[in-house]
Design a protein around this ligand. Structure first.
Ligand code: PLP
Length: 395
C-alpha cells in the first residue's frame, strides 16, 4: 500500500510534469569542455560556467593526481578535528593572496559558504538588506540566520539608501548587513559597488559580496571587488571554486578576525568534512594560472566580445550584459523553449531561462562562450543561431 511519502511524491511529480516544470537532465559522455557529447552527439557547448576552460585542463588534472597520491583521496575528518591538511592551509593562503585580503576560509561549495558564513555572523536581532535578484544560496543563507530580510530593488542605490536609513532609524537591529551578487548570472550585469561602499560607510553596514560569476572573470580575473579596488572596503568577499576556477568548493576572504570567527562558528566548516586534497591542489594550480597568465582572462573576454558582436549584428536582443554572460532575449516562454530545442537539433547546447527565474515575457537563451572555444566553433554557433532565428521569424 502506498504510504504518505509515496502519495506526496507521485502527486507532486505529476503536478510538476503537467505544468512543464519537470526538467529532464542531460548526461555528458565527455568532459564539460567547449564541445560536449550528449546522447552520442557532439554539440557546441554554450551552457557551462567553465569560463576559463579549467574543468579538464591538463595542469589542473596533474596537480589533482599528484596531491591525491601524496595525501590520499579524503581529508579523513572535519577540519577542527584533524581534517586540516597542509594543502588546505596552502589553499587558504592562496585564496587570500588572490583576493588581496588578510586571510580566507575554504568551504566544500559556494552554497555552503553562503549557508555557513551569513548565519555565523547575523542573527534574529539583525537585519539584512538583500538585492532582489540575489542567488538562491544567499537567500537560503539569510533565512537560516534568522535575521530580518529587507529586499532592495535590483541595483537601485536610492532604494538601498532609503531602506538602510529606515533600518538604522528604527533602532530595532544590532547589526545591518548589505548582501549582493557581484555579477548577476542571468543578465550579466554588475553591482554598483562604489556606491554600495559609500552608503555602507554612511550607515555602518556590513558588506558581503558573492562573486561566484566575477572571480576569474572581472578585474583581470581577481574579481568584481578588486576590479573596483575595493578589497579593503568589502567585509566578505565570498566566491566559488567551481565556475571560472573549474574545480569545486567555495570560500570567504576577508580580515583575519573575520576568518577566525568563521572557523569558530561556521557550521559547514565545523561539521562537514573538507575539500579533498586533490580538489585543493587543483584549485591552487588554477589560481596560480589565473594570476600568472593574464592572457587566459583576455581570451575569454575576446571570445565573448566576438560572439556578442555577431549575435547583435544578426539583430538579436542581447540585453545589457557587462560580462561574458551572453543572453539572447526571445521574450515568450514557449518560443524560448522552442528556440533552444532547435539550437540543440542543429548542434548548439544552450539553455532556455524562463519565468520564474527571470521576469515573465523576458525568456532568453543564456549563452556562455568560454576561453577554449575556437573562432570556428563560435562562427558555427552563430550560423546556427541565424538559421533558427529565420526559421522562427526572429530575423
Ligand atoms: C553558483 C553560485 C553559487 C554556488 O556555488 P557552488 O560552488 O556551485 O555551490 C553561489 N552564489 C552564486 C551567485 C552562484 O552563481
Amino acid at each position: 500500500m502506498a504510504n504518505s511519502l509515496d502519495k506526496f511524491l507521485s502527486s507532486s511529480l505529476s503536478d510538476l510534469k503537467s505544468k512543464g516544470l519537470l526538467n529532464s537532465i542531460d548526461t555528458l559522455q565527455k568532459p564539460n569542455g567547449p564541445i560536449i557529447e550528449v546522447n552520442g552527439k557532439d554539440l557546441i557547448n554554450l551552457a557551462s560556467n567553465n569560463y576559463l576552460g579549467f574543468a579538464d585542463k591538463a595542469e589542473l588534472i596533474a596537480a589533482c593526481v599528484d596531491a591525491t597520491e601524496k595525501w590520499g583521496v579524503g581529508a579523513g575528518a572535519v577540519r577542527p578535528i584533524n581534517g586540516t591538511l597542509s594543502i588546505h592551509d596552502q589553499l587558504e593562503k592562496k585564496i587570500a593572496e588572490f583576493k588581496g585580503t588578510e586571510d580566507a576560509l575554504a568551504y566544500q561549495s559556494g552554497f555552503n559558504a553562503n549557508m555557513g558564513s551569513i548565519s555565523a555572523v547575523m542573527d534574529k536581532n539583525d537585519a539584512i538588506l538583500s538585492d532582489e535578484l540575489n542567488h538562491a544560496s544567499i537567500i537560503d543563507g539569510c533565512r537560516l540566520s534568522g535575521a530580518k530580510i529587507i529586499r532592495v530593488k535590483h541595483r537601485d542605490m536610492a532604494d538601498l539608501e532609503q531602506k538602510a536609513s529606515e533600518a538604522v532609524a528604527s533602532g530595532l537591529y544590532n547589526k545591518i548587513m548589505y548582501i549582493s551578487d557581484g555579477v548577476f548570472s542571468m543578465d550579466g550585469d554588475v553591482q554598483d559597488l562604489p556606491s554600495v561602499v559609500k552608503i555602507a560607510e554612511k550607515y555602518d553596514l556590513i558588506t558581503y559580496i558573492d562573486d561566484a560569476h566575477g572571480s576569474g572573470v572581472m578585474g583581470k580575473g581577481k574579481g568584481t571587488v578588486k576590479s573596483f579596488g575595493l578589497q579593503d572596503k568589502i567585509d566578505f568577499q565570498m566566491g566559488t571554486l567551481s565556475k571560472a576556477v573549474g574545480v569545486v568548493g567555495g570560500y570567504v576572504a576577508g580580515k583575519k578576525q573575520l576568518i577566525d570567527w568563521l572557523k569558530a562558528r561556521s557550521r559547514p566548516f565545523l561539521f562537514s568534512t573538507s575539500l579533498t586534497p586533490g580538489s585543493a591542489a587543483a584549485v591552487i594550480e588554477a589560481l596560480d594560472e589565473i594570476m600568472n597568465h593574464p592572457e587566459y582572462v583576455e581570451q575569454l573576454w575576446d571570445n565573448a566580445a566576438y560572439f556578442k558582436k555577431k549575435l547583435s549584428g544578426l539583430g538579436f536582443n542581447i540585453g545589457k550584459s557587462e560580462t561574458p554572460i551572453s543572453p539572447v532575449i526571445i521574450g515568450d516562454e514557449n518560443k524560448t523553449q522552442q528556440f533552444s530545442q532547435l539550437l540543440l537539433e542543429k548542434g548548439v547546447y544552450a539553455k532556455p531561462i524562463v519565468y520564474p527565474t527571470v521576469p515573465l515575457g523576458t525568456g532568453r537563451i543564456r549563452n556562455m562562450p568560454i576561453r577554449t572555444h575556437t573562432k570556428e566553433m563560435l562562427d558555427k554557433a552563430i550560423d546556427i543561431y541565424a538559421e533558427v532565428g529565420k526559421e522562427l521569424n526572429y530575423l
